[in-house]
Design a protein around this ligand. Structure first.
Ligand code: SF4
Length: 189
């Protein structure tokens, strides 16, 4: 091919023609395009926040401890009848440093408060508390006792209260689903 074929003027014209073609093609569109403008950093931030919340709500790590008879129901929660594993709720850990959910099951004596507080403080944030049963919620049958407090919410911030004396393991299942909703939105049954 000769040199003229590659001359800048020729390419300049080609660009003009192409621009014209694009302009006409856009004009001929009957529907307007749905477009929005935003900062890329905002998109990545929204996506990462959603992803983090989704991960948090689907990886609850409860602390393995019990205070009184409600803890028996907590044990029942681990049986095949309830099948809590289908939602991944049975990842009970023995150390607070690996947990983000504290299930307070049983009455809370004034003597045990420092230990509960210490365990709560050792849990990494964000962390959640479930008051499981009447005793943990309001003192239960011992609400007038000299040595039992009227609910763990007097000591720790409680996210979910579960009624019953004792509540059934299914109630704990429901409470964990509610907690998931609180963390990251609607949960499918
Ligand atoms: S709520 Fe009832 S079952 Fe649970 S610890 Fe209190 S007395 Fe026991």
């Amino acid at each position: 091919m000769d040199e003229e074929y590659y001359s800048s003027e020729r390419f300049l014209n080609a660009k003009k023609e192409m621009d014209k073609l694009v302009e006409e093609s856009l004009k001929s569109r009957e529907q307007k395009q749905n477009v929005f403008f935003t900062k890329l950093s905002d998109v990545t931030k929204a996506m990462s926040e959603g992803l983090i919340n989704w991960s948090r709500m689907n990886s609850l790590w409860p602390l393995q401890f019990g205070l009184a008879c409600c803890a028996m129901e907590l044990m029942d929660f681990g049986t095949s009848r309830v099948d809590a594993e289908r939602k991944g709720y049975l990842l009970f850990r023995g150390t607070p440093r690996q947990c983000d959910v504290m299930i307070v099951a049983g009455w809370v004596t004034k003597a045990v408060i420092p230990e509960i507080k210490r365990m709560y403080e050792q849990m990494p944030s964000p962390k959640y508390v479930i008051a499981y049963g009447e005793c943990a919620t309001c003192g239960g049958p011992w609400f007038e006792s000299y040595n039992i407090i009227k609910g763990i919410d007097q000591v720790l911030p409680v996210d979910i209260f579960v009624a019953g004396c004792p509540p059934r393991p299914e109630n704990l299942f429901g409470a964990l689903m509610k907690l998931q909703e609180k963390i990251g939105g609607k949960v499918e049954d």
